[in-house]
Design a protein around this ligand. Structure first.
Ligand code: NAD
Length: 264
């Protein structure tokens, strides 16, 4: 283990699976205290256990990002346990795909509530505490306030994708959220970024890559010059955005595109 994030705490929504899980394990490997906030107890407990077995520090908290009461409680538990949160990583997300003329209102609402509102609620709850703390400990220079980072997981789909109107809208919304937060919160030394990954192999894809004899796997392998992504490509980028090496950056919208520019 190296000590890059020693004494720092990362709060990772959706930390029980896929990208969130990879980020949680990577940050724990670099000595961060890791809070896994997920709706799935089975996965959350598993990731917590797997991190602890390797000597890391992890806490699973079950909760629902679209429910403001749940978010408040989970953030409070994290602050109680570790004193503060240094990195908020908004990774919880779902897909409910469908063409515009067929998509139900329920599916639209669920995707927007989890992917977009959920990220806002977590940002808001952390921000309230960070700002209160900053106001109680006034500093002369912005850089004297504790260094906080927020990373929102948008998607390349934010640029539009046929059949993904709710998902693409939620992910485009996260770009506006990120830019606004970056402008508004930098006065407290809170830096906000978003990443826009291309297709990464995780459970969110369900059967997509295997169905129809791997037709879609071949299709995407043909469309992404460097191939379908691995979770490590995302956790590496997020580690950079939370590191001292990116200290001077704010409001970065970072494509993780496997070499492909433009829609998939
Ligand atoms: N995998 C990809 O190709 C890809 C590409 C671009 C962006 N993303 C985004 O990355 C993020 C992570 O996706 P993933 O691929 O790891 O998917 P995943 O399904 O493996 O993980 C998502 C996690 O979010 C949790 N979650 C869902 N609803 C929740 C809720 N209401 N409250 C708390 N937790 C909840 C799930 O339980 C799960 O653990 C998502 O926002 C997704 O949109 C994924």
């Amino acid at each position: 283990m190296d000590k890059m994030f020693e004494g720092k705490t990362a709060f990772i929504t959706g930390g029980g699976s896929g990208l969130g899980e990879a980020i949680a394990k990577d940050f724990a490997q670099h000595r961060a205290n890791v809070v896994i906030f997920d709706i799935s107890s089975e996965n959350g407990n598993r990731v917590e256990e797997e991190i602890k077995i390797k000597g890391g520090n992890a806490l699973f908290i079950k909760g629902d990002v679209k429910d403001s009461t749940s978010v408040k409680e989970c953030v409070a538990k994290a602050f109680d346990k570790y004193g503060t949160i240094d990195f908020l990583i908004n990774s919880a997300g779902i897909l409910r795909d469908g063409l515009i003329h067929k998509l139900s209102e329920e599916k639209w609402e669920l995707v927007i509530d989890i992917n977009l509102k959920g990220s806002f609620l977590c940002l808001q709850e952390c921000t309230k505490r960070w700002i209160e703390d900053a106001k109680n400990n006034r500093k002369e220079h912005i850089s004297d306030y504790p260094d906080k980072r927020v990373i929102n997981i948008s998607s390349q789909a934010a640029e539009g994708n046929i059949g993904q109107v709710s998902y693409a809208s939620s992910k485009a919304g996260l770009i506006g959220l990120t830019k606004t937060a970056a402008m508004e919160l930098i006065r407290y030394n809170i830096k906000t970024h978003a990443i826009m990954p291309t297709l990464i192999e995780t459970p969110i894809l369900g059967e997509l890559l295997e169905k129809e004899d791997g037709k879609w796997r071949k299709y995407y392998e043909g469309r992404i010059p460097l191939g379908i992504g691995k979770t490590r490509y995302v956790s590496d980028a997020i580690r950079f955005l939370c590191s001292n090496d990116s200290w001077f950056m704010n409001g970065v919208i970072l494509p993780i595109n496997g070499g492909r520019l433009g829609p998939l």
